[in-house]
Design a protein around this ligand. Sequence first.
Ligand SMILES: C[S@@+](CC[C@H](N)C(=O)[O-])C[C@H]1O[C@@H](n2cnc3c(N)ncnc32)[C@H](O)[C@@H]1O
Length: 224
Amino acid sequence: MAIAEFYGRWADCYDRIATAPGVGRWRRAAAAAVASPGDTIVEMGCGTGANLPYLRERVGPEGHVIGLDITPELLDRARRRAVEYDNVEVLRADATRPPFGGGDGTNIDAIVGSFVCGMFEDPAAVVGDWCDVVGTGGRIALLEATATDELLGRPLNPLFRAFTAVGAPGTDAWDVLRAPFRGVDTVLSERVSAAQSVLADRTVERRHETFALGFVDLLSGRVR
Ligand SMILES: C[S@@+](CC[C@H](N)C(=O)[O-])C[C@H]1O[C@@H](n2cnc3c(N)ncnc32)[C@H](O)[C@@H]1O
């Protein structure tokens, strides 16, 4: 699978970006938006597990954190990060077909997706399924990065586009060079916006926060 191959090759580099100074603030906010003490919370596409300590911090020793991903090399790092907690587990599974619900006995209180909706061909359907998994009263948070509309950030959009091209499976050097001048992030924006629309339709008590001059969006809500 192209996505898993790509992230597998760049696992160390991705981990450094995922844990860069300042990023923890967004991750802590995402955890705070949906997780409470004692909850069972799932992170879909957990990568190297950069969110797991923040989710564990919120659910506490009585809660349960499950991170799932399709890339074995990233999961190895996530597993190492989770080893100090006995209530954080990491498993290889597809976020578009989560192995919960349908009578498997796991009661999920909340789901977090961070920087992952742009990877799905049909993010609206995926987020709809996540809403079904948590059911009425369950909480969902989506943390995503897209080009910004904020005045101060707009001059940096070309740089964001180049960064997006570097970090996208299947792009080559030519794509990266052209990225600042072309809408290489159009698919990403469309996918993120489709995911956010479904979350907006399906939830109440929504909260929206932005970080990093509007490049990073956190949308959360409680399923109606
Ligand atoms: C940009 S990384 C984000 C990782 C992590 N959520 C974070 O915030 O650092 C995207 C992740 O989504 C994972 N991914 C992509 N498609 C997936 C799928 N269908 N099921 C599970 N994980 C998936 C990739 O393997 C990768 O770890």
